[in-house]
Design a binder for this molecule. Sequence first.
Ligand code: BGC
Length: 480
Amino acid sequence: MLHFPENFLFGSSTSHFQVEGIDLEFQRNLSDWSIWTKQNNKIKDSTSPYPGSAFSLAYAQDIELAYKLNLKAFRFSLNWAYLCPNPPDNLSLAPKLNPEAVDFYKNIFRLLKQYGLTNFVTLFHFTLPSYLANIGGWTNELTVTQFALFAKLVGETFKDEIDYIITINEPMVYVYHSFISGNWPPGLTNDYYMAFRAMKNLLKGHGLAYHNLKSIRPFDISLSKHWRLFKPYNQFNPLDHYVCGLRDEVFNKGFMNALKSGHLSFPREICFDRNIANLQGYIPNIENTLDYLGINFYTQDTCQYSLANPYNIFGDIVLKKNTKTNCLGWQLAPEALYQILTTEIKPYLKLKNNQTVPVYITENGYPENHTADNDSGDWSLTDHNRCEYILSHLKVVHEAIKTGVDIRSYLYWSLIDNFEWDLGLTPRFGLIRINYANQIRDLRLSARLLGEIAQKRCIESHLLNKPLILPGTILQSKFS
Ligand code: BGC
């Protein structure tokens, strides 16, 4: 039996764009993503996030399902473009909030409170109001100003409702897809200068938002840092180790080092570009701006040095033979999470005053491909692989807690099937299956697994034995 501490929260995560399906956003092209998803060849399976999982219509039911699963925490994000659909007259001024959107989120907060679910609220989860995307998004300082003002508005409007704030979700994942791979808007490829300029502005935005929010109330504030381990393809090859170090420095540690020291700095290799080198230096207001550390974990990567591209700082995915992966080719490596929790993040948990901040796992999840047009039968409910994934990761979280790391949550990504950005609706991460043809929600086996663990706050011995057998029948529900 593996017991989790009294204060440990089992819960789930979602983000606005991936589940809401807001009609107004779609009709009026309010966000960069609402425009992007309408363009040809941007979404691999050609599906649309509207209505997608239709959380904007079904939220009452979805929150009730989370409650029935005994989950105690609910992470979601606010739709910046829906809350602020129109630009202010001048981009140094605060925009006006859309009362319909405020009511929508007030209802969500009210239901979460009613069901006793602790909320985690993300302010920036990858999508921008179109009027900011049009001026260059995070590469433009005015987006920093607008984000800080948006955070203030959110703080004032939901002052009594918010439990935990996550300013920014996975800054380096965002930067990578938007400016290097080009899979996300604005779709720039290998534009390292824009990538690092956006990174710097994201740091500034986080710092300003933090202080604006703190001036309203002593909110608990952090960001969600996607952390992955980089392993050498050949452990005896120093060049493979070198690539791992470089990627670790850029993807994992760069943002965190800046928050720790107040200074942004890049590895020598990147500074060959003078424009990038000039981005380095002190950034006011960012030191000591984490009240806890949010960690998102999915996978580890294997790195191989390539003569053709020696400074490939974000790297290409290389797989060793017989590596276990999920349907997206991501390695299954719970032991990497253990190393991250017990070793990698340690330097970032200690504050200047010697206090240690707690860790909250704000995402961990497993996808399986099922196309959006499936509409009958048991095509994805008995998700043993996802169950295995959850169990193996919870086991290492438990181990890490035993070694003394103060870990306070495990939020599974995602509560419901979601729109997986450029990959569309096909990769299914949900504990709850969405039948896109009729919006019926079905609990997967994994939902009942996590529900049982959450209820007992422990992994009982029978769950550690294979095959996994859970009592009860699968619950179906339809919202009207
Ligand atoms: C993101 C989510 C995404 C999930 C699975 C995280 O990188 O925060 O938006 O859906 O991983 O890819």
